[in-house]
Design a protein around this ligand. Structure first.
Ligand SMILES: [Zn+2]
Ligand SMILES: [Zn+2]
Length: 170
């Protein structure tokens, strides 16, 4: 089973625990992040939050997000070649990245075997956690719509085969 989805209330509580006041901007960004599951970039967030927060600037969004990442209220997810995306889910989980549209979503299956961190060799590096990125094609790009091919030829041949015994009566 997967952990409960992140809630703005829980993240705000975490902010307070880290000594961070809940400003209008912080609240709006946390609410927006918890509302969506697409791991938006700072620019995506700016576009969707701007109408709700008068006078909000892009720079403020970048600064607020950086602060929230610094104190550990959000996670920054960077994937190859893409801009940084933000994730309100703090528990270890894995991501599905669409190679066609760049879509990034959480892997709903939490049954992925856990890696023994102690057994991993990385000289000069202290591993604290890991996240697996699975690449592929999302449903919107045709990845989830894979149908089991129905053998048309065989379908047509079925009635014919069933009639065969009758024809043998001569
Ligand atoms: Zn896609
Ligand atoms: Zn995620």
């Amino acid at each position: 089973m997967q952990d409960a989805p992140p809630s703005p209330e829980r993240l705000e509580e975490l902010c307070r625990a880290k000594g961070l006041a809940i400003t209008v901007q912080r609240r709006a960004l946390l609410e927006e992040l918890c509302r969506r599951a697409d791991h938006p970039s700072a620019d995506d967030l700016f576009d969707s939050v701007r109408p709700k927060v008068p006078g909000l600037s892009r720079t403020t969004v970048y600064r607020v997000l950086d602060t929230l990442v610094d104190v550990g209220v959000l996670r920054k997810v960077a994937h190859s070649g893409g801009t940084a995306r933000f994730d309100p889910r703090l528990e270890r989980h894995h991501h599905l990245v669409c190679e066609r549209c760049g879509g990034l979503s959480d892997l709903p299956d939490s049954s992925v075997p856990k890696l023994p961190l102690q057994g991993i060799v990385a000289p000069g590096f202290r591993i604290v956690d890991y996240s697996i990125q699975f690449n592929g094609t999302c449903a919107a790009c045709g990845g989830g719509a894979r149908r089991i091919p129905i053998p048309k030829e065989r379908n047509k041949s079925w009635p014919r085969t069933s009639r065969t015994p009758r024809r043998t009566r001569t």
